[in-house]
Design a protein around this ligand. Structure first.
Ligand SMILES: Cc1ncc(COP(=O)(O)O)c(C=O)c1O
Length: 408
């Protein structure tokens, strides 16, 4: 009789998610984990992950081991599934890589906003403190407010923060969309601890729009929630399911799972995460330094058109080696920055003068994008352009911006 204990018949080389750390006696680098963290799931001889489209998976033929809502295959215990609204091979593999990279159990969703929604449904706070940043999250809060009376408070206001109570959420976006500036997570962690609140983008839950850097090729929509490991322990002190099980059960009913194609694309993209993002961030830094120097040079032709640049590297703390910003972003300040042109008309026209930047929304892909931000966010200043740097040569991007500005 086949056993349904997960590891009973697994190949010796495929013992589980911690097998590599055990073999090396230490945690491997992010670059290595991006390529190998899901090896334990791969019980096929193919090196590249297969694409599975099935929505449903056969139960065991042995009636003796049939167990409700369980379908462990002893030959592939980590790749056992029932129905793809719960789990499926490609998204499971993606989740295993992300859990390794992000340092906590990670669930995937059909988009970043679907992940944000799932988190609000699960934690069901009475209040959420949130600053500016991505406008879509404010849209989700409005929807949830309609159902639960959730109240939105202002993150930057001490008077508002004082109204938060245990079980409420502090939502900290960093780096900020669209400006690329960062926020001090350690500061907000301290505030959340004082208030007994949950902190997103810090420790309790990390929310990512996987559509951006994880996908990285402008071809997949996804969102992820990473849970602080001690919230994933069973049993929880209050007797409820642990956060990961709870979120997974709720996802089954929300139905906002990622598709298998997206899961497959996600794994493929994560293999090069570090290569892409480090390069994108370095190129962005060179461009920001060049633009900032131009803006500050009296009489410069660039400065005549561009009034201001915003990026985490331009925050004063970037100059202070001991600052929270340098600690929080030791490997670079990210590929997104914002430009404020002197006139709305120029901001509207600059994208049409460029050859290497697509005029499009979103960010994080290998292609450089520029967006006259008023196109997708009706409330922003109409002189604002958001820039997301891709993997092209930075000098080419610089020359493109220069010729585009001259053409204005
Ligand atoms: C900070 C932030 N949060 C959430 C989202 C939503 O992600 P998605 O578009 O994958 O739903 C975005 C998308 O731009 C974002 O920038």
């Amino acid at each position: 009789m086949a056993s349904d204990t997960p590891d009973a018949a697994a190949p010796a080389t495929a013992t589980g998610p911690n097998q590599l750390a055990a073999a090396f006696g230490r945690e491997l680098s992010l670059a290595s984990r991006s390529v190998h963290a899901d090896d334990y799931i791969n019980n096929h001889r193919a090196v590249a992950p297969p694409m599975h489209v099935s929505t449903t998976f056969r139960y065991s033929r042995d009636p003796e081991i049939l167990k409700q809502w369980s379908n462990i295959d002893p030959n592939a215990p980590h790749d056992s599934h029932i129905y793809s609204r719960d789990s499926a091979p490609n998204t499971t593999r993606l989740e295993s890589v992300l859990s390794s990279l992000l340092g906590g159990p990670t669930l995937t969703y059909s988009s970043g906003l679907a992940a944000f929604h799932a988190m609000l449904v699960f934690l069901n706070p009475k209040r959420i403190a949130i600053g500016g940043g991505y406008h879509g999250c404010h849209g989700v809060i409005e929807l949830v407010s309609k159902l639960t009376g959730l109240r939105q408070l202002e993150l930057e206001s001490d008077a508002d923060l004082a109204q938060l109570q245990p079980g409420d959420i502090l939502h900290v976006e960093t780096p900020l969309n669209p400006t690329g500036e960062a926020r001090d997570l350690a500061y907000y962690r301290r505030r959340a601890d004082e208030l007994g609140c949950y902190l997103t983008y810090g420790v309790d839950v990390i929310l990512h729009s996987g559509t951006k850097y994880f996908g990285g090729h402008s071809d997949l929509l996804s969102g992820t929630l990473t849970i602080r490991p001690d919230h994933a322990v069973t049993p929880q002190p209050d007797g409820k399911p642990n956060w990961v099980d709870g979120l997974r059960i709720e996802r089954l009913f929300l139905g906002s799972v990622m598709g298998s194609l997206e899961g497959w694309l996600g794994v493929r993209s994560l293999r090069t995460l570090e290569l892409r993002v480090v390069r994108q961030s370095e190129s962005a830094q060179r461009l920001v330094d060049w633009l900032a120097a131009e803006i500050n040079t009296p009489g410069s032709e660039v400065g005549g058109l561009v009034a201001k640049i915003q990026h985490a590297s331009q925050q004063p703390e970037a100059q202070d080696a001991g600052s929270w910003l340098r600690k929080q972003m030791p490997n670079g300040y990210g590929p997104v920055f914002s430009l404020w042109l002197r006139s709305e008309d120029h901001a509207r026209r600059l994208p049409s003068k460029l050859h290497l930047f697509h005029h499009a929304t979103s960010l994080g892909g290998v292609e450089s994008l520029i967006e006259w931000r008023a196109m997708s966010d009706l409330k922003v200043d109409k002189r604002l352009l958001r820039v997301s740097i891709g993997v092209e040569g930075w000098e080419d991007l610089r020359d493109d911006l220069l010729q585009g500005l001259r053409a204005l």
